[in-house]
Ligand binder design. Structure first.
Ligand code: BES
Ligand code: MN
Ligand code: ZN
Length: 485
């Protein structure tokens, strides 16, 4: 899909999506010029008709000679904001698919004076990309109605270009992340994802290291290797490095990379296993972020890490009662083989310590408990530095994602006590998201560490605002915002 800005009088779209406030249907300049072009059809119909009140997301399609005007309600003027722009763009582009023959749609929204026009353009473009996303690789019949061109209507089109470019970079990164999450585990194996990461690194001049099983053994990735030992797929650890000339700071982003989580010997019941090909969403997220970094070239050194393996039951699986000596030397009694993500992350966090970075952020589909606490629309954030956690929450607001902090208390370590090792890998049933974060905290020395639990938000079984059902690319936007503000 191509996205560009256009003058109102130059639009080539045959569907023009244009917004009206609920309490004030005054035409803006673009709407006035459309009105003139089409014999006052806008003012005669939209303004007078009782059926269209301008309520949020209400739509009204108006045929005009060679095109269609799709009026959309923006809701109350004082409540209008950029998050709504994104949702409206995502939803109306789907409607436009059905109305448009030329596969070109134009957007023009009102401004209530609270937003910069560039932010409207950015969120319109990003919403359009998000609304049009679907994963049809394995469908023999593809959607042939897809919109091919999006025009952002503005009286100074050239001023909109940087915002549109940023939206396209972000949208492309999200599409890449969603594609990878949506792939079956049989395709997206540790080896395959390493190949994809290597290609991404080589295309963009990043350094990359991929460690296989033997190297990982010599590097003492024992907790990670234990998780992968029941699978015929070889574990892989990937490390991509982006180095600008004089970096202001150094940061490591780590993504949980379980390419399939059967639970291991503590096997999951069928319903819980259904979506477990998505247990590498953290890895897909940070890889997508690297794709955006390649284009945005921020002045920050970025290390992307992921420990990739499958958690499977077999004769060679790790077992409950096993004691693992993690990379940092601490010992862990395996209490439950389904609490595998924290074991792989433990070693990845220790590896990150050796990189001398200023900040460490991990993204992981880590616990069912975070879903019980926050549902499917809010990601849980935990960390060891209040200011740092707050900063990332601010970034998420700017990026249009939901983050909510959960606590980590020192005494939660009691919950992880083991009779024979330094700790066990699970605690009691309660406060599961915090307990998992407390477990992770044993494996990082970073002054600023934040852990984002995306178990609920990485994959949706029904649409939410601008997000379609399926993979969401959760935290891609927030991390891009954090790294390339
Ligand atoms: N990958 C799961 C967490 C998960 C659950 C992600 C639902 C997405 C949707 C994780 O490895 C897991 O199995 N966690 C266990 C931990 C428990 C055994 C302490 C859980 O949350 O049930
Ligand atoms: Mn698990
Ligand atoms: Zn898992």
């Amino acid at each position: 899909m191509e996205i560009y800005a256009k003058l109102p009088q130059e639009t080539e779209a045959d569907v023009i999506v244009t917004g009206f406030f609920e309490d004030d249907k005054t035409l803006n300049d673009t709407q006035k010029s459309l009105d003139e072009k089409y014999d006052n059809v806008v003012s005669k119909n939209i303004l007078e008709i009782e059926n269209f009140k301008g309520k949020y997301l209400e739509t009204f399609a108006l045929p005009v000679c060679d095109a269609k005007i799709l009026a959309v309600g923006l809701g109350k003027k004082e409540e209008f904001n950029v998050d709504k722009v994104r949702e409206i763009a995502a939803k109306t582009i789907k409607q436009a698919e059905k109305l448009s023959r030329k596969k070109t749609v134009a957007f023009n929204f009102q401004n209530n004076g609270n937003m910069c026009c560039c932010k409207i353009a950015y969120n319109t473009a990003l919403g359009a990309i998000m609304g049009e996303y679907d994963f049809d690789k394995y469908k023999s019949k593809k959607n042939e109605e897809k919109i091919e061109r999006v025009e952002i209507i503005h009286c100074k089109p050239e001023k909109m270009t940087p915002a549109i470019e940023k939206a396209v970079i972000t949208g492309d990164a999200m599409d890449f992340t969603k594609d990878l999450i949506s792939e079956p585990a049989e395709f997206a194996t540790p080896a395959k994802i390493s190949e994809i990461a290597t290609k991404l690194a080589n295309e963009n001049g990043f350094e990359i290291k991929v460690f296989g099983k033997d190297e990982l053994k010599t590097m003492n990735f024992n907790a990670f290797l234990a998780v992968g030992q029941g699978s015929i797929q070889e574990p892989k650890f990937i490390h991509i490095k982006y180095t600008p000339e004089n970096p202001e700071k150094k940061i490591a982003i780590i993504g949980k990379g379980i390419t399939f989580d059967s639970g291991g010997l503590d096997i999951k019941p069928p319903a819980s296993m259904l979506t477990m090909k998505t247990d590498m969403s953290g890895c897909a997220c940070v890889l997508g972020v690297m794709k955006a970094i390649a284009k945005m070239k921020p002045n920050i050194e970025v290390h992307m890490l992921s420990a990739l393996c499958e958690n499977m039951p077999s004769g060679s699986s790790y077992k409950v009662g096993d004691v693992l000596i993690a990379k940092n030397g601490k010992t862990i009694e395996v209490d439950n083989t389904d609490a595998e993500g924290r074991l792989t992350l433990a070693d990845a966090l220790t590896y990150a310590d050796e990189l001398n970075v200023d900040e460490v952020i991990d993204v992981a589909t880590l616990t069912g408990a975070v879903i019980v606490a926050l549902g499917n629309t809010i990601t849980g954030i935990m960390g060891n530095d209040e200011e740092f956690v707050k900063e990332i929450i601010e970034d998420s607001k700017e990026a249009g994602e939901n983050l909510w902090q959960m606590p980590i208390l020192d005494d939660m370590q009691d919950n992880l006590k083991s009779d024979i090792a330094d700790m066990r890998n699970t605690g009691s049933r309660y406060a599961g998201a915090s307990t998992a974060a407390r477990f992770l905290s044993n494996f990082t020395k970073a002054k600023k560490w934040a852990h984002l639990d995306i178990a609920g938000t990485a994959f949706l079984d029904k649409p939410y605002k601008e997000l379609n059902k399926g993979a969401t690319a959760a935290m891609v936007r927030t991390l891009i915002q954090h790294i390339a503000k």
